[in-house]
Design a protein around this ligand. Structure first.
Ligand SMILES: [Fe+2]
Ligand SMILES: [Fe+2]
Length: 150
């Protein structure tokens, strides 16, 4: 049933947000070098935003009759954001962030489509979150442009 798929995909998005929080914290601490400062600060500043997304999704899961999953039920998959051996590899982190934001954008687009004609409040919430993820992606595409310069 469609309502069950909405709940399932909301849980996937919830897991992705929490994994993002974890990996942004790690990158905001792990990076070294004079060029890392801006990126570390941007990632640290995004942590509360992504955490808020997770909280909004959890609240919505509960409202529409679901149960917010515990940590052991949550999948993991952000390969691109795993810490690199070279802690001065800023470009790798920026690319990992862009990949994570792309994945979030794809997941939210999927939920928006699923909700169509069925659950406008979830759809509206997810559209708001999607807008935020698009801003994050834009910000890091800008960073990549500068950091990739020789
Ligand atoms: Fe998010
Ligand atoms: Fe984001």
């Amino acid at each position: 049933m469609k309502r069950q798929s909405i709940l399932r995909e909301l849980s996937v998005a919830y897991a992705m947000e929490l994994e993002t929080v974890q990996n942004y914290i790690a990158a905001s601490v792990n990076l070294d070098g004079v060029r890392s400062d801006v990126i570390k600060k941007a990632l640290a500043a995004d942590v509360p935003t992504e955490l808020q997304h997770a909280q909004q999704l959890a609240a919505r899961i509960k409202t529409i009759g679901g149960i917010v999953p515990g940590s052991l039920a949550l999948p993991r998959g952000q390969k691109s954001l795993q810490p690199k051996k070279d802690t001065t590899d800023i470009v790798a982190v920026i690319k990992g962030v862009i990949a994570a934001e792309e994945a979030a954008i794809a997941q939210y687009t999927k939920i928006i489509r699923l909700c169509d004609g069925l659950d406008y409040v979830t759809q509206d919430l997810v559209i708001q979150i999607l807008g935020g993820e698009e801003d994050h992606r834009r910000e890091f595409i800008g960073f990549l442009k500068e950091y990739e310069q020789p």
